[in-house]
Design a protein around this ligand. Structure first.
Ligand code: GMT
Length: 392
């Protein structure tokens, strides 16, 4: 390594909080899904943190990212709009995105494109890179894999050639957990390096807040409060959440709060209305201030079939809420079995309920809460941001 690289590595290890001082401010394009999903949240929070360090950040997406809520002079949003002509059966979003990337790179002198999610973002970035190269403009692509792009979409053989090509065309590939890195190597013919950069938390926001009045309203008789947050897709196994809750509520007074919305919600809610637990299960829908609800929770349930990291679990832990999860994907890297909660095989609702009851015992709960919080601190923004900056 050069002297500067050596100096930088030392700084990164021992004083990561000062790393930004030796970085030249860059023009960075961030391409992400704008929705409530974890990949959009990570991309947006990352962009905001980079802008706070004086980089110029340009978000490119089809809608304003949900967490991009405040004005900053060096943070921009460029909407990808496209017309669907009668000839097109499907709107050509990827082509509109590619053209937008080319335009923004030229106008704003973007040096690095950080794309979140392989399909179609990394593929569009790769095409844009080639178009720009023909005009003598060089850009670098950092692709971050978030999970479903690899574990679900990527496994669909019809997407495999494009995902492999997108990985090969990226200058840097990152994955959010060791598990996702392993899956990527096993599903795709990609031999380049994959850097693991986990999800992170902004502890200024995700902290246990004094919300006792709110807790009394939900659980007036001191019932334990169980919480689940998701996009209600099949992969989240929300029926397992209800089964775990049913077993817990049979033993101790408890309430269940369900946050989020998605394709499975209507049927699950309808089914819930017809059964005995209905009055103690509250569907809250999409919520902005998740941290306020987590602040009154005693236990977080995430029995997903696959989860590359589990940002929702980490957000819960940051608010001192222990976690019951499956042991799939990156979840065991986040939820440490026996310390921050418990992990189980997919669908083993009996064990998950028994573990939940163990955690909720008054003599155990305080310790589990403290351990969950302590472990979550490993993922503070200050620790993770320099890892991306070093890659840029
Ligand atoms: O959880 C989801 O279904 C949303 C999904 C997404 O693509 O936005 O989240 C994925 O990325 C998050 C951020 O890296 C991870 O924390 C989630 O674990 C991951 N979801 C799955 O793997 C199912």
């Amino acid at each position: 390594p050069t002297f500067l690289e050596f100096f930088y590595s030392i700084l990164l290890v021992f004083k990561p909080q000062y790393v930004h001082l030796c970085i030249i401010y860059m023009n960075i394009g961030i391409i992400c899904y704008p929705t409530f999903g974890g990949s959009g949240v990570v991309a947006t929070e990352l962009g905001k943190a980079l802008a706070a360090q004086n980089h110029n950040i340009h978000f490119i997406s089809y809608d304003q990212p949900v967490r991009l809520d405040a004005f900053t002079e060096n943070l921009f949003y460029h909407e990808v709009s496209f017309n669907n002509y009668p000839l097109f059966k499907y709107a050509p979003y990827e082509i509109a995105l590619t053209s937008k990337i080319v335009d923004i790179v030229k106008v704003h002198k973007i040096e690095v494109l950080h794309v979140h999610y392989a399909i179609p973002h990394a593929a569009a970035a790769a095409t844009a890179k080639h178009i720009l190269a023909r005009e003598g403009i060089k850009i670098k692509i950092v692709t971050t894999l978030h999970g479903t792009d690899i574990t679900l979409v990527g496994k669909d053989k019809s997407y495999e050639p494009v995902v492999t090509y997108s990985l090969q065309e990226s200058d840097v590939v990152t994955a959010v957990s060791e598990s996702l890195k392993k899956d990527t190597y096993s599903f795709f013919n990609y031999t380049g390096e994959i850097h693991v950069v986990p999800n992170f938390i902004d502890f200024q926001r995700f902290n246990k807040q004094p919300k006792d009045h709110f807790k009394k309203g939900i659980a007036p008789n001191g019932e334990k409060i169980l919480v689940h947050t998701s996009n209600f897709r099949k992969v989240k196994r929300v029926p397992d959440v209800l089964e775990i809750y049913r077993r817990v509520a049979a033993k101790i007074p408890a309430k269940l709060l369900l946050i989020g919305d998605g394709p499975e919600r209507a049927s699950i809610e309808a089914e819930c209305r017809n059964c005995d637990i209905c009055k103690d299960v509250i569907f809250l829908g999409k919520q902005e201030a998740v941290e306020e609800i987590l602040s009154i929770a005693d236990l977080f349930l995430i029995p997903s079939e696959t989860e590359s990291f589990g940002l929702a679990a980490l957000e819960a832990m940051a608010c001192e809420v222990p976690v019951i999860s499956t042991n799939t994907g990156g979840l065991p890297e986040v939820n440490i079995d026996g310390l921050t909660g418990y992990t189980s095989n997919i669908g083993d609702v009996d064990k998950m309920a028994a573990d939940a009851l163990t955690i909720l015992k008054d003599e155990n709960l305080t310790q589990f809460k403290a351990q969950a919080k302590k472990h979550s601190l490993k993922y503070k923004l200050k620790n993770i941001l320099p890892l991306y900056q070093a890659l840029y």
